[in-house]
Ligand binder design. Structure first.
Ligand SMILES: C[S@@+](CC[C@H](N)C(=O)[O-])C[C@H]1O[C@@H](n2cnc3c(N)ncnc32)[C@H](O)[C@@H]1O
Length: 422
């Protein structure tokens, strides 16, 4: 494909309707400034944590080739700003999205960014294979999501990683009810309809399944978000088992959830229900499916997936001694709170990006010492040695092993496991 950045890419049928919709209602809402975003990602630890989320066992690098498939108004520009040494390509079939991205490219002088108006199904035309593909909030809008996923998989390098986010059904029940409401009334996607819908939503009766979402997502007050949710011509959702089938059909394999605590039966209130022991005996995919049903309100699934024909690079495990070589890196947005902690705990660790409030992790004084020894450089063996206590070496190791496993499941840390074979 030439470097010309605007390709006429009109799709017909249902996809044509989606394209037309996004020409008129670009989503997310276009932003003018990425300054806050740039500052946030200046943090080298944040970048390292993000890298090892996808590739725990590989040495850190920043010179990747990244595809943002269905980049919307700002996602590709953000990645180009976040990874200045990477080559970032954004594709979107909406001219409006491409235009907004090009404006950001010019404003921030993003020489490492290319943007094309192109349906992601035709990504092979770029004649490039990618270390990383990011496709969030897009595949569930395609007429044939599996064909879209397969096209992306073909463009992924054998050791590449993909970030896929699709809608989840149970938490979106209220949205699907209101979509059906709009369809029954034959409401067109116009600015006036959106204004009137905002008024109608403020009159929704208490207890309506949409109520929670409206409270939690202030974004809904904006026309673009409301249109994207309620007036979208094409949208489907995947339960956990459907999501696993979907990625398998696409020739991919599950690596991990981007945030894993909400799916883990050992995190939050579900860890203490009478069925917890039975739940723990299920294979992981079935545990996640059960937890989704128990939680009842998940609105999306966001996962790291890999090509099914290569071994999964998600090597983190806590059996044997490999874990001692892992270097823990704290995740941004995690805090340690020492006030009003549960009885017996010294502090509570919270990942502020979790939307479920039961996912906090109470820790003891000994665990807090281990936690405070994390500096992004020391391995777990070094941390254990540094925080020597009077307890015997074996029980110290066991305490550390179980604590760091819990930290990992609670999305407090990721591990750099690249030193494992050194
Ligand atoms: C909900 S927005 C998500 C944008 C972005 N991925 C993000 O997370 O901020 C969906 C975007 O995907 C684009 N899109 C949908 N179907 C597409 C397709 N088949 N090929 C390329 N872009 C597509 C739309 O034009 C829109 O900009």
């Amino acid at each position: 494909m030439s470097q010309q950045e605007n390709h006429a890419a009109k799709s017909g049928g249902a996809d044509g309707e989606v394209q037309n919709f996004y020409e008129r209602y670009p989503y997310p809402r276009p932003v003018e400034s990425l300054e806050k975003y740039r500052q946030l990602w200046q943090d080298a630890q944040k970048r390292r944590a993000d890298y090892h989320l996808f590739w725990p066992a590989k040495s850190y690098r920043e010179d990747h080739t990244i595809l943002i498939a269905g980049c919307g108004t700002s996602q590709a520009a953000k990645h180009a700003l976040r990874w200045p040494k990477a080559r970032v390509i954004g594709v979107d079939f909406s001219a409006t999205s491409v235009r907004h991205t090009q404006t950001l490219k010019r404003k921030y002088d993003l020489e490492n960014l290319e943007v094309y108006q192109l349906p992601l199904e035709r990504v092979h035309e770029l004649a490039t294979s990618f270390d990383q593909i990011v496709c969030t909030g897009v595949l569930h809008h395609l007429a044939d999501p599996v064909a879209g996923l397969k096209a992306l998989r073909e463009a992924l390098k054998p050791d590449g990683a993909m970030h896929v986010m699709v809608y989840a059904p149970y938490g979106r029940t209220g949205i699907y009810m209101l979509q059906e409401f709009c369809r029954r009334l034959n409401l067109p996607a116009t600015d006036e309809t959106i204004r009137e819908l905002i008024a109608a939503l403020s009159a929704l009766p208490p207890g309506h399944p949409l109520e929670n979402l409206l409270r939690q997502a202030p974004d809904f007050r904006h026309a673009a978000a409301l249109a994207d949710a309620l007036l979208h011509p094409q949208d489907r959702a995947y339960s956990v088992p459907q999501f696993f089938d979907f990625i398998q059909e696409g020739g991919l394999t599950f690596g991990r959830w981007v945030k894993q605590a909400p799916y883990a039966p050992q995190c939050g209130v579900i860890a203490n229900i009478p069925q917890a022991t039975r739940l723990a005996t299920l294979p992981p995919a079935e545990q996640y499916a059960a937890v989704e049903l128990f939680r009842g309100t998940m609105v999306r699934h966001s996962a790291v997936v890999y090509r099914a024909d290569t071994p999964s690079p998600q090597v983190i495990h806590f059996t044997g001694d490999d874990w001692l070589s892992y270097v823990p890196i704290r995740l941004a947005d995690t805090i340690c709170v020492e006030e009003r902690v549960p009885q017996g705990a010294t502090a509570v660790l919270i990942n502020q990006t979790h939307t479920y409030t039961d996912l906090y992790l109470p820790i003891t004084a000994a665990e807090k010492r281990l936690f405070e020894a994390i500096d992004g450089k020391r391995s777990l063996a070094e941390i254990v040695a540094k925080t020597e206590t009077s307890s015997p070496k074996k029980s110290r190791g066991e305490l550390a092993r179980s604590f760091f496993e819990r930290l990992w499941w609670h999305d407090q840390v990721v591990f750099d496991a690249s030193k494992q074979n050194e």
